[in-house]
Design a protein. Structure first.
Length: 447
């Protein structure tokens, strides 16, 4: 069954795509929303001096600021109305999902089905507003203290500037959150991931041009630039291989006799991905580690002392930064796997369908076996994510790269297109099956 589906997916052509009107509408809708997002990243905050912000971005391009700016699609360096991008929503999602694991009330909502999911989404939105207010106010205070050549980044500092900054940034964050939900429901792919992906891809040309300019001026050798290029290609190939890797668990269905005929007896496979969490753990880890660090850096030394200690310790390449970053990736890999894959529920579904894993009794024994497999795969998957995210950080620490090169960027740039293409294939397969069913019905009606 799986091989037939794979063969059908391999035979998809542009002719089939041209007939899938619903799919084309979804793709055009997604592209239109992403264009709106990109236009929003060029709308500056009112009361900001762009020249001062450009100078600050040049001086901080390779640090934490550069990492946040890459994830926001350059909106932070331009200090646009979408400077926070979708990060407050991601932080809120992390907190709500953690609450479902530790708070009985949230766990009960999670088990209620669709109604509970809607309530959890509503709590996530409320928390997004709160986090966006705190981050935007901290950014406004930091902007007032930011200077370049004795010129302040804010033309007219004061409480009115802070109020307008908070209202503008919070409103744009909620607008982006709504756009992401619209892509998920009416477009193709996960809207939040695609918004982050669009920002990263939009910054790639400028990063390449900056690297070539460094080579032209002699600040960086062309051999090293070629090495970074080959390293990037190898990293992409490694990510594609690991994202495609899966463990196929054999599932057997017993034979049963109905009248004079025998049914069943087939065998199939239960595919379990090596990395079932996708790009979620690095995004969550980056969001959490950037939450205090970005505020401390924007505050320009005027924030609380404990916050300034954090920014002093959590710089790229530091032992504390790598330790916290990798720990968060591994933690979220295991945590999110427990959310997306439930061995007990999978075992019950197999039992209801009459399937069983050879050598294991249906029910609890099957659940324990699946739990063992998933745990072992998660160990490998978490190690893979940690490796992909750690190696570029070592490069940055060893060679002091003037531009941001991170594992999260590689993962998002590779995983999101793969998931989106998989959804496009699914829509095309569904469209082809619908066409076959209609032809069969027409032939039956003619007879």
């Amino acid at each position: 069954m799986a091989s037939a589906a794979e063969q059908l997916a391999a035979n998809i052509n542009f002719k089939a795509f041209s007939k899938a009107e619903d799919l084309k509408k979804r793709i055009w809708f997604t592209i239109g929303v992403l264009i709106v997002f990109r236009l929003g990243t060029y709308i500056p905050l009112p009361g900001i001096d762009p020249a001062v912000m450009a100078e600050f971005a040049r001086s901080q391009g390779g640090g934490i600021f550069g990492m946040v700016d890459m994830l926001s699609g350059g909106a932070l360096s331009r200090m646009s109305i979408m400077a926070l991008n979708i990060m407050p929503y991601i932080s809120a999602s992390i907190i709500v999902q953690l609450m479902t694991a530790v708070a009985p009330q949230f766990e009960a909502l999670k088990k209620e089905g669709e109604s509970g999911r809607r309530k959890l989404n509503q709590y996530t939105r409320y928390l997004t507003v709160l986090i966006a207010i705190l981050q935007s106010y901290g950014a406004a205070v930091g902007l007032e203290s930011m200077q370049a050549g004795g010129v302040s980044a804010v033309i007219d500092p004061g409480y009115f500037f802070r109020l307008t900054t908070v209202v503008t940034i919070v409103g744009s964050t909620l607008f982006l959150m709504w756009l992401g939900e619209q892509i998920t429901s009416r477009g193709i792919g996960n809207g939040i991931s695609l918004i982050i992906f669009a920002g990263i891809v939009a910054n790639l040309p400028s990063s390449i041009i900056s690297a070539l300019e460094l080579g032209r001026t002699g600040a960086m050798s062309y051999i090293f630039i070629l090495f970074i290029l080959f390293f990037s290609v190898a990293m992409i190939a490694f990510i594609v291989f690991m994202e495609r890797a899966q463990r196929r668990v054999l599932v057997q269905y017993p034979k049963r006799q109905v009248g004079n005929r025998m049914y069943g007896g087939e065998s199939s496979h239960l595919p379990i991905k090596l990395n079932s969490t996708g790009v979620i753990p690095p995004i969550f880890a980056s969001s959490l580690i950037l939450l205090p660090v970005s505020l401390a850096e924007l505050s320009a030394g005027r924030g609380p002392e404990w916050l300034q200690m954090i920014i002093g310790s959590l710089h790229h390449g530091s032992f504390l930064y790598l330790t916290v970053y990798l720990f968060l990736i591994i933690f979220f890999a295991f945590f999110y796997t427990s959310i997306v894959f439930n061995p007990q529920e999978t075992a019950e579904n197999l039992k209801k369908a009459g399937g069983f894993i050879p050598g294991y009794r249906p029910g609890q024994n099957t659940a324990n076996y699946l739990d063992t497999i998933v745990t072992r795969l998660t160990v490998i998957g978490a190690a893979y994510l940690a490796l992909v995210c750690a190696v570029p950080e070592f490069f940055y620490a060893a060679y002091s790269l003037p531009f941001y090169l991170g594992g999260t960027t590689f993962l998002i740039a590779v995983s999101v297109p793969m998931d989106t293409v998989a959804q496009i294939h699914s829509h095309l397969l569904a469209h082809q099956y619908e066409g076959l069913l209609k032809k069969t019905q027409l032939k039956g009606s003619r007879r």
